[in-house]
Design a protein around this ligand. Structure first.
Ligand code: COA
Length: 348
């Protein structure tokens, strides 16, 4: 066990410090009423069960990297990174489970299109927990001295893998990308990432899955049910595990940094469903007005969800320098994770 970390001083260890945020949503918006034209559902059902009113979706031919690039560019601008300078960033991580291709990873293409040639770049696949997993990696490479600055992007286009006849998933997911820049700094700076807590349980792999199309069932030498090529989710079971794991992970992060519920200025959870967010906030004892949500406008954008929510909250003036922020996510795998950080003083 690591020792408890004093978030506000004392600990001078080198830390990852958040220094830029950005987001991008594809322009096409689909309302609940538009979904109800082709599916047996209604605006009332979707709003009352999920809190979602609209979601953004890509047009045919638009891929995950096409969202990741503008989100990454905005985060680099927000961080004031000089793309013409020597090694503007030392690593690009793209959290996604809808890569442009099964092979190769999407991150090298994103890095190249951002004007970051030769930089180490790779994908992280932890579905809705991907951004928090990426934070842990960025923290590690910065703390070890391997990197001074890391660009971390969460990007997904779930509309490309959804079964268009499945009302249980079509209502929930949306496309988008969010990004942050982390730089080397110190524990007592605004922006410092104090801790990241991660976990997984592979026995729950069937909660959220695409059964075929991977190496288990490649579909070359066997007959594949077409439905197995689409995303499938056991919604009720996911709901229950998400509440438990997001609350437990957030509690572990708060305990690690010594924050009581009243110390948390903002809880920014994975934007899966308004009822999940409200329940997790209540279980943590964080007052409801400190639970940030943008799920009604964007739906569940998977790995993009938390960085998009951070970007939206910051742009709306709902995150201020010095705010104590707790993040928490649950996703396919099953995977989960939480982080505690102090919000930075962003200039632009
Ligand atoms: N419109 C109308 N009815 C719907 C529907 C929709 N969009 N989606 C599902 N239903 C129906 C089901 O078909 C089922 O009908 P049946 O009883 O005739 O079989 C009924 O509603 C109940 O289904 P159930 O899955 O139990 O509904 P639910 O109340 O659990 O709500 C979710 C479904 C998906 C909204 C909910 O389970 C959920 O939000 N789960 C978490 C999803 C999530 O956040 N995933 C990502 C986490 S990382």
């Amino acid at each position: 066990m690591r020792e408890k970390i004093e978030a506000d001083g004392g600990d001078r260890r080198r830390r990852a410090v958040l220094c830029g945020v950005g987001g991008y949503l594809p322009p096409t918006v689909v309302t609940n009423d538009e979904l109800a034209v082709r599916l047996d559902t209604s605006d009332e059902w979707i709003r009352s069960r999920t809190g979602i009113r609209t979601r953004h979706v890509v047009e045919p031919g638009v891929a995950t990297s096409d969202l990741a690039v503008p989100a990454g560019a905005e985060a680099l601008r927000s961080a004031g990174v000089d793309l013409g300078g020597h090694r503007p960033v030392d690593m690009v991580i793209v959290a996604t489970s809808t890569p442009d291709h099964h092979c190769p990873a999407t991150a090298p293409a994103v890095a190249s299109r951002l004007g970051l040639p030769a930089v180490p770049a790779f994908d992280v696949a932890a579905v809705c927990s991907g951004f928090v997993y990426g934070l842990a990696l960025a923290d590690g490479v910065i703390a070890s001295g391997m990197a001074e600055r890391v660009l971390l992007i969460g990007a997904d286009t779930f509309s490309t893998i959804l079964d268009s006849t499945d009302r249980g998933t079509a209502a929930v997911f949306g496309d988008g990308a969010g990004a942050v820049v982390l730089r080397a700094g110190e524990a007592d700076e605004p922006g410092a990432l104090h801790t990241v807590e991660l976990g997984s349980d592979g026995a729950l792999a069937d909660l959220i899955t695409i059964r075929a199309g991977g190496s288990r069932h490649p579909g070359r030498d066997e007959v594949i049910d077409q439905a197995d090529l689409w995303f499938a989710m056991r919604g009720q079971a996911v709901y229950r595990h998400a509440v438990t794991r997001m609350a437990d992970a957030a509690r572990a992060a708060m305990a690690r940094v010594g924050w009581a519920p009243g110390d948390v200025d903002r809880f920014v959870g994975h934007q899966a469903n308004i009822r999940i967010l409200d329940t997790v906030g209540a279980e943590l004892g964080v007052p409801a007005e400190r639970v940030y949500t943008n799920v009604s406008e964007v739906g569940n954008t998977v790995a993009a969800s938390i960085p998009l929510a951070l970007t939206d909250a910051y742009n709306a003036g709902e995150l201020r320098a010095g705010d104590r922020v707790v993040l928490s996510a649950f996703g396919g795998g099953a995977t989960w994770g939480a982080a505690a950080l102090t919000w930075p003083d962003l200039k632009n």
